[in-house]
Design a protein around this ligand. Structure first.
Ligand SMILES: CC(C)(COP(=O)(O)OP(=O)(O)OC[C@H]1O[C@@H](n2cnc3c(N)ncnc32)[C@H](O)[C@@H]1OP(=O)(O)O)[C@@H](O)C(=O)NCCC(=O)NCCS
Ligand SMILES: *[C@@H]1O[C@H](CO)[C@@H](O)[C@H](O)[C@H]1NC(C)=O
Ligand SMILES: *[C@@H]1O[C@H](CO)[C@@H](O)[C@H](O)[C@H]1NC(C)=O
Ligand SMILES: *[C@@H]1O[C@H](CO)[C@@H](O)[C@H](O)[C@H]1NC(C)=O
Ligand SMILES: *[C@@H]1O[C@H](CO)[C@@H](O)[C@H](O)[C@H]1NC(C)=O
Length: 332
C-alpha cells in the first residue's frame, strides 16, 4: 500500500490547517478562511511527494486520485470549522462516520434534522460540477495543467468562486428576496411584485437568480429544489414568494427583449431552503458551494492526469489584430 498513512500524522496536519485559519481575524470573509484552511492541507499532498521522487508520467493519475479522495473527505471539516468559528463561538462538533457525506457535513455544521441532512445531500450533488466553462471549474483545470497538485488547484478554484459574479450569486438572491419582504411584506400581491421587479431593473440592476449564460430553459437544479420545497416546506412564506417570482419574472424579462433566457437558475432557490432550516448566514453560502465543487473539480483533475492533458495556454494576439478588431467593432 504505497499511500497508507499514519492516522496520527493525518490528524496533526488537520490541526495545522485549523491553526492556519485561527491566524486570520474572525471578521475575514468565510471564503478567505476556507481557502486558507485548504491551502494548509496541501502539506499532505501525495502527488507532490511522488513527483519529487520522480514518478513516471503515466502514473500521475494515481497520487492525483489519492489526493482527491483525501481532499474531498477533509473539506467538510475545514468548512464546518469556519462556520462554527465565526457564528457559533468556535464550538466544534466532531464528525460522525456512520453518516453519509452530506449528513456528516450537516451534522458538523450543527444541523441534525433528517430534512436538513437530505437538503445537504441534494445541495452537494447539484452544485458539484459545471462542465468546465464556469470560473471555478475552469480555474481548477487550468492550475492543475501546470501539474500543481489537487490541493493547490482546488484552492485556486475557491479564490475564483469567491468573486461576486460567481459563487456569491446565491447570497444575492436571498438578500434581494428579503428586501422585497422588507418593503412589501410577506403577503405581497402579484402586481406589487411585478412593480418591484421593474424597480430593480430600472435602477440598472439584474434580477438575481434569473437568466443563464448557456441554459435556455428553467435550470433543472432549480426544479429539483422546488420539488424538495413542495414536499418539505410548502407553506414557508419565502418559498411562496420564490414560487410567485417564477410566475412574475420571466414575462417581465421577456418584455425587455434582450434577455436570452428569462427562466430561473440554480441560485434562485438555494438560499430560501437553507434559511428555512436555520442556516441563515448568507455570507457563508459560498463555502457550501465550495465544498460541493470539490467533488466535480477533483474528478476532472484525475481525468486530466489520466489523459495526459497538456499545459493550458491562452492564445495571445498582436497589436495589429487588436487594432483591426477595434476598427471592425466601431464600424458595427
Ligand atoms: C447569468 C447571467 C450573468 C448570464 O448573462 P448573459 O449570458 O450575458 O445573459 P444574456 O445573453 O441573456 O444577456 C443579455 C442582456 O440581458 C440582461 N439580463 C440577463 N439576465 C438578466 C436578469 N436576470 N435581470 C436583468 N437583466 C438580465 C443582461 O444583463 C444583458 O443586458 P445588456 O445587454 O444590457 O448587458 C445573467 O442572466 C444575470 O446577470 N443573471 C442574474 C444574476 C444570476 O442569477 N447569476 C447566477 C448565474 S447561475
Ligand atoms: C451518529 O449517527 C448515527 C446515525 O444517525 C446515530 O445513530 C449515532 O448516535 C450518531 N453518533 C454520535 C456520536 O452522534
Ligand atoms: C465524515 O466526515 C469526515 C470529515 O470530513 C470524513 O473524514 C469522513 O470520511 C466523512 N464520512 C463520510 C461517510 O463521508
Ligand atoms: C457557475 O455555476 C454556479 C452553479 O453551478 C452558479 O451558481 C454560478 O453563478 C455560476 N457562475 C457563473 C459566472 O456562471
Ligand atoms: C399573510 O396571509 C396569511 C393568510 O392569508 C395570514 O395568516 C398572515 O398573518 C399574513 N401575514 C402578514 C404578515 O400579514
Amino acid at each position: 500500500m504505497p499511500y497508507q498513512r499514519n492516522c496520527v500524522t493525518v490528524l496533526l496536519f488537520q490541526i495545522m490547517s485549523l491553526k492556519a485559519i485561527d491566524a486570520l481575524p474572525i471578521t475575514a470573509h468565510p471564503m478567505t478562511q476556507f481557502a486558507t484552511g485548504v491551502m494548509a492541507l496541501q502539506v499532505q499532498s501525495e502527488f507532490q511527494k511522488a513527483y519529487e521522487k520522480g514518478i513516471h508520467k503515466s502514473k500521475y493519475w494515481e497520487p492525483t486520485y489519492e489526493d482527491s479522495l483525501s481532499l474531498i473527505a477533509r473539506v467538510p471539516i475545514v468548512a464546518s470549522y469556519v462556520y462554527r468559528r465565526i457564528y457559533k463561538d468556535g464550538k466544534v462538533i466532531p464528525m460522525n462516520d456512520s453518516l453519509d457525506y452530506g449528513a456528516n457535513f450537516s451534522h458538523m455544521l450543527g444541523f441534525d434534522s433528517p430534512e436538513m441532512q437530505e437538503l445537504m445531500r441534494l445541495y452537494v450533488t447539484i452544485h458539484s460540477d459545471h462542465e468546465g466553462g464556469n470560473v471555478s471549474a475552469h480555474t481548477g483545470h487550468l492550475v492543475a495543467s501546470a501539474l500543481s497538485d489537487p490541493y493547490l488547484s482546488f484552492a485556486a478554484a475557491l479564490n475564483g468562486l469567491a468573486g461576486p459574479l460567481h459563487g456569491l450569486a446565491n447570497q444575492e438572491v436571498l438578500l434581494w428576496i428579503k428586501s422585497v419582504v422588507k418593503e412589501c411584506g410577506e403577503n405581497i400581491t402579484t402586481e406589487q411584485l411585478k412593480d418591484y421587479v421593474w424597480k430593480t431593473l430600472n435602477s440598472g440592476k439584474v434580477v438575481p437568480g434569473f437568466g443563464h449564460g448557456v441554459l435556455r430553459k428553467t435550470d433543472p437544479r432549480y426544479t429539483c429544489q422546488r420539488e424538495f420545497a413542495l414536499k418539505h416546506l410548502p407553506d414557508d412564506p419565502l418559498f411562496q414568494l420564490v414560487s410567485k417570482l417564477y410566475e412574475v419574472v420571466p414575462p417581465v424579462l421577456t418584455q425587455l427583449g434582450k434577455v436570452k433566457n428569462p427562466w430561473p437558475n440554480v441560485d434562485a432557490h438555494s438560499g430560501v431552503l437553507l434559511n428555512y432550516y436555520g442556516l441563515t448566514e448568507a455570507r457563508y453560502y459560498t463555502v457550501l458551494f465550495g465544498v460541493s465543487r470539490s467533488i466535480g473539480i477533483c474528478s476532472q483533475l484525475i481525468w486530466d492526469r489520466a489523459l495526459g492533458l497538456p499545459l493550458e495556454r491562452p492564445k495571445s494576439v498582436t497589436m495589429e489584430w487588436l487594432e483591426n478588431h477595434c476598427k471592425k467593432a466601431s464600424e458595427n
